[in-house]
Each structure stands twice: as C-alpha cells, then as structure tokens.
Design a binder for this molecule. Structure first.
Ligand SMILES: [Ca+2]
Length: 208
C-alpha cells in the first residue's frame, strides 16, 4: 500500500513538472514585423528599363498615380534591364534565423512570371547576403495591385557591415517590343521574426 501511494505521488509530481514545462511552449511566440520601403533605398546607381527607355536612378522611383496600392505612395519600378539592382541594407541588433521575408511586388510594364531558376527565361534573383533564394515563381501583372509573397528561412546577422536584401534583374527576356527583361515593381519588404531583435534599414532621403 505504502509503495503504491509513493508511486502515485511520483506520477503526479512528474505530471506537474511536465505541465509546468509545457506552459512556455504553448504560449504564442510574438511575431515582430519590420517593413522597409523600396523607395527609401539607395537608388542612384540603378540603370532600369521600361518601354524602349532606360530610366536611371531616382527616375526609377515611381509615384503610384495608377492606384496600385503602393505603401507610402511610391515604389521602385522600370527595372526591365539586365543588371538592374535594388538593394535593401538592413541592420539587426541580434542574429536572426528562420525569419520570413515578405516582398510586395507588381509590375509597371507587362505581365511576368519571375523565376528563381537560373535556367529560366524570366530568371530573377532575390538574394540575402549574396545567396539567391529558391522562391520558385512569382507572378506579377501590369499595373496590378501590389501583392505580398512570403519567402521562409531567412537568416540575418548582427556582426556584419550590413545585411543585403538584393533584387537583381538577371535575364534578357523580351516578351514584346520595347521590353528587354523580366522584372517586378518593388513596393516594400518585410522581415517577420519571433526573435526580440530590432531590425532597421539604412534610409536614403530625397528620392521622391
Ligand atoms: Ca513603397
């Protein structure tokens, strides 16, 4: 009898410890969202492309006067030229792993299906710290509403000069006269993380 009681006490004790141990895991991890506008990046060296033109630098910062729903009223577009690059320079107070990168994209030229495969006609690079992301495909439509696409498994580092989130036009796809590459219009990016890190961006003033 004595032995049985002791066993039951032991079982309850173990259950109690398990219950206490389970509480923090059940608590919903809080997600922090950091949003950065493309129009606030360093745009001065962009050599873009739109219908038979090559807008450069701040001319690639476009006012959303066609009601595409751009955050902050502006986006970076006219990137249809092989080599056109938009780079977000991010800082984080702590290393971050397993974050989600949200990209808000549309097109201010024609419809595209951007593809992360290097052999695809519409090969378009989105890279974090120089590593191209395997995002599959992203469709964008001409003057369509800006739409968010999520890419998982992002790592950012605290002890670097800055973290580079780079958009790079890596093709010479020509679906119609006057268009010589597939590329999106970029509204903003978000970093979504359950860590306590603070993420900021190098802001460039006076682009619009
Ligand atoms: Ca924007």
């Amino acid at each position: 009898m004595m032995k049985k009681t002791f066993s039951m006490v032991l079982v309850f004790a173990i259950l109690a410890v398990m219950a206490v141990g389970v509480v923090p895991a059940c608590a919903q991890a809080e997600e922090n969202v950091f949003q950065f506008e493309a129009e606030n990046t360093y745009v001065n060296e962009i050599v873009g492309g739109n219908f038979s033109s090559n807008p450069t630098g701040r001319n690639c910062v476009v006012k959303d006067d066609r009601d595409m729903g751009a955050s902050n009223g502006y986006y970076v577009g006219s990137l249809c030229n092989n080599g056109a690059t938009v780079e977000f320079e991010l800082y984080t107070t702590e290393d971050i792993e397993g974050a989600t990168l949200i990209v808000s994209l549309s097109s201010n030229t024609v419809d595209f299906v951007l593809d992360s495969s290097a052999t695809a006609d519409q090969y378009y690079v989105i890279a974090v710290n120089g590593e191209p992301l395997d995002y599959g495909t992203i469709p964008v439509s001409a003057y369509g509403e800006f739409t968010e696409f999520a890419i998982e498994g992002i790592t950012l580092k605290a002890d670097v000069e800055y973290n580079s989130i780079m958009f790079y036009t890596a093709n010479s796809y020509s679906p119609t006269s006057g268009i010589f590459a597939a590329a999106p219009a970029i509204d903003y990016i978000q970093i979504v993380t359950d860590s306590d890190a603070e993420v900021t961006m190098e802001l460039y003033e006076g682009n619009y």
